[in-house]
Design a protein around this ligand. Sequence first.
Ligand code: SF4
Length: 294
Amino acid sequence: MRDFKTLLPSPSEHAAFVHCPTAWWLKYRTGVRKKDSAARMVSGGAISEALGEFYMPRGVASGPMEVYDTMMKAAMEGVMGGSEEESWLQQVALDRETLLFYISKNEPVESDWEAVVDAQGRIEEGVNLVPDKVVILKDGRVRPYEWKTISPFADLEYEKLMYNMGMQPISYAKMCEVKYGRPCTDCGMKFLVRGKLAKGRWKAEGPGFESYIVQVEPWKKVMWESSANFVNAGMQFVDWISQEEGFKLEYIPKFTHNCVKKLGNYTYPCDYYPACSVNVHPLQVEGVFEERGR
Ligand code: SF4
C-alpha cells in the first residue's frame, strides 16, 4: 500500500479519488474489486507485457505474441470450463487482434528516436509510476510514452483532450526529467482502439490505432504537483476516518453523481454500484466482488 508521506498518488489513483472517495478507498486501500473486471484487467496487463517485449526484447520469448499467449494461457487455467469462459475467450480474441494490428503499424524504434531506454519500468521519484516506455530522442530530450487500450465506443477526440490536460503525461514528464537528467517537453500517446463484436444492430469492426503527442509546458508540471498534493491530503483524511473505532463504510464521502455514466448509447455503472445501490459493503454482495491485491 502506498505511503502517503513519501509517494504522491499515480494519475489513476488520483482519478479514482476524484471519481468517488469510497470507490478509491475500496480499490486502493482494501483491494476489493469486481470479479468480472478480471478478464479486461488481466488481458490489458498481458498487452502491456507483450508491448514491452516488442520495444525491449528480453530474449525470454520469441516475440510479443508469445508473451501475450503465454500469460493469458496461465491466467485462464482456472477459468476454462466455468461460467466465465466465454467472456474471457471473447476478450482474448479482441485483444489479440488489437495487439497484432498495433505491431503491424509500428516500428520498435521510430525515426526520431535515438533509443528505447525503458519499457514497463517503475519510477519512484516522489510518485509511483510505470510509464509504458521511455525513449531518448535524437535531439537529446527524453520522452515517456503511454499506450492506452480504449473501447470502440469511446470518443477518441475526447480521450486526446483529456490527456492534453490530464495528470498522466504531466507527472510522467516530470519524473522522467528527474530520473534521466534530460529535458522533457512532451509525452507520446499510443491509442489502441479495441475491435467491436457484432451485437444487435451493431456491425463488427476491426481494431484501430492512433499516435498523439501531448505538449508538456512548465506550468502544467506545477499544476500537477499542487493538485496531487491536494488530493493526497484528502486521501489521508479518508484513510484516517477508516481507522477510527466503530468505522462504517457510509462514513466515507460518496460522490453519487458519478454512480452511473453514459458513453454514447451505453450506460456504465461504477464498479461498486451493485453494493452502494443497496447500501451494503461490497464483500456482502454474493458472487460479485473479491479481495485482490492493493
Ligand atoms: S457506486 Fe457511486 S457511491 Fe458507490 S463507490 Fe461508485 S460512485 Fe461512489
